[in-house]
Design a binder for this molecule. Structure first.
Ligand code: FAD
Length: 468
């Protein structure tokens, strides 16, 4: 009996139900990954693609140990999967589910065409704590607000991770030939250890060191206070159920960590919540969840957009965040909120342009988390967050980066500036700037937008259009 595992967002061998089922049911198991070029699917961004290629090399080695050869293709999966099954006389195909509307339609069509060829398809959940249709309100509908979603999820029995059976023969995996990626992506990957083993090491390190100070440090961008697991989760190098049960285990062993553990799990649950929205709503990367937002006239301001992308807005914490993103493929959550708010509210540039930039530059660029978070910040998200919640990057900077360590790291032009002005250099006297070697407008830009008047403009534009 010959089986095929089609890997997608689940690049791991442990807790991988599709792989496990194939190994159990078939004598001969192959695996494929397709870098999909189908017109109906959103292509992966540059940073994620660079991560993917490294991750596939490692997966290939791990699969070889289980006796499974991995083939990687570029092209249209709609054709490639069917052709592959015919070429290799595959009788059964196994995959873990995807949740975006386009991906669901796509996979359903492939399933149909495979069954026309006499090939059975089995699908599983490897990506989420619970399936999006399993979490329902009392009246049977989906959730729009996180807190009741989290209360419901917390009370569910989250399935335990599973491991593939041992004892399969070894075959030599062929080396994957992949085009070299550009310098930018190479440099960016230098910040990371990729793959399933690295993901588990990271979790173990976090549980030992980071968890106990998670609540205190998670909002401080200069600290290494969060798990850093997001790209691993994005590619399924680790599964959320593995994280869930590892944390539960720690909480049971050490009650003093219960609060920290719960807080961390609630953040992990935001990811399931984003997938809940991705599943139940219409194309969240393209359409505001609140239809009223379709009416907004966004500003067409390519120069401002570019200054934002390059970290040259003249607003220190924003520039620090955008440069961290470009250099490492990751940005701290608090700063993601601030940069997204500046773009979609102060600059009044369409949030989809910001979402697209993040999609291309984040190694954790996630089809659910990225658009759902952008919509949340822009105020058009599911939970009807008030459009007037506009972050002030100066006071936020003073609160979460009080000594300016984060700004100094990513915006070295400001390194010598007194902490009092690190988040608002434009308020400093000339002699203070001079002493720090700063020439505003030359060595570091003047702010491209006035925070006060642009806030008023946003309130006006978003308010008049969106007031119910
Ligand atoms: P930790 O604090 O250690 O959290 C552990 C895990 O929980 C994360 O890896 C993530 O999977 C999940 N999580 C934590 N916070 C959130 C959240 N607010 N929403 C959803 N899931 C969460 N996250 C992505 O994974 N991919 C994205 O493309 C993405 N885009 C974002 C865009 C914007 C504008 C904003 C405001 C947030 C975005 N996030 C995204 C959410 C969040 O910023 C990251 O998940 C987090 O910074 C990742 O770091 P970590 O793994 O160290 O987080």
């Amino acid at each position: 009996h010959s089986g095929l595992v089609w890997f997608r967002d689940d690049l791991r061998t442990s807790d991988n139900p599709a792989l496990w089922a194939a190994l159990e049911k078939c004598d001969d198991v192959r695996a494929i990954y397709i870098i999909e070029a189908d017109a109906n699917l959103r292509p992966m961004g540059g940073a994620a693609l660079a991560w993917l290629k490294e991750s596939l090399k490692l997966l290939s080695k791990d699969l070889a140990r289980l006796g499974v050869a991995l083939d990687v293709f570029n092209g249209e999966s709609a054709e490639a999967v069917a052709a592959y099954t015919q070429e290799h006389s595959v009788e059964a195909v196994f995959w873990n589910r995807r949740y975006g509307p386009a991906e669901r339609d796509h996979d359903a069509a492939i399933k149909k065409s495979l069954s026309g060829l006499g090939v059975a398809v089995s699908s599983f959940n490897a990506s989420l704590l619970m399936e999006p249709w399993e979490i329902k309100t009392k009246s049977g509908t989906s959730f729009s607000v996180f807190t009741p979603f989290w209360k419901n999820l917390r009370g569910q029995n989250i399935a335990f991770p599973i491991n593939p059976p041992k004892g399969h023969g070894r075959i030599k995996a062929e080396d994957i030939e992949l085009e070299p990626h550009p310098d930018w992506a190479d440099r960016l990957l230098g910040n990371w250890k990729i793959g399933e083993t690295a993901a588990h090491d990271k979790l173990a390190g976090f549980l030992e060191q980071g968890l106990r100070t998670y609540q205190k440090k998670r909002d401080l961008p200069s600290e290494d206070g969060t798990s850093g697991l997001s790209p691993h989760l994005r590619f399924g190098e680790i599964g959320p159920r593995q994280i869930w049960h590892a944390v539960q285990h720690i909480i049971e062993a050490k009650h003093s960590l219960a609060d920290e553990g719960q807080k961390f799990l609630s953040e992990l649950a935001w990811r399931d919540f984003s997938y809940h929205l991705l599943y139940h709503r219409d194309d969240i990367a393209a359409k505001p969840m609140q239809a009223r937002f379709s009416e907004i006239e966004w500003r067409n301001a390519p120069k401002s957009l570019e200054a934002w992308q390059k970290g040259q807005t003249g607003i220190p914490i924003i520039d620090a965040g955008m440069r961290q993103l470009w250099a490492t493929g990751w940005m701290h959550n608090r700063v993601r909120m601030l940069t997204a708010s500046l773009l979609s509210q102060n600059l009044l540039i369409d949030w989809r342009k910001g979402e697209a930039w993040f999609w291309d530059t984040l190694v954790d660029a996630d089809p659910a988390n990225n658009p759902a978070s952008w919509q949340w910040v822009a105020g058009c998200g599911a939970d009807a967050a008030p459009y007037f919640r506009i972050f002030n990057p100066v006071t936020q900077g003073q609160k979460f980066d009080p000594d300016g360590a984060y700004v100094r790291r990513w915006v070295p032009e400001l390194q010598k500036l007194d902490a009092k002005y690190i988040h608002n250099p434009w308020d400093a006297r000339d002699d203070v700037l001079e002493k720090a070697g700063i020439n505003l407008g030359k060595s570091y830009p003047k702010p491209i937008v006035d925070l006060k008047s642009s806030r008023e403009r946003a309130l006006e534009a978003l308010g008049t259009r969106t007031r119910a």
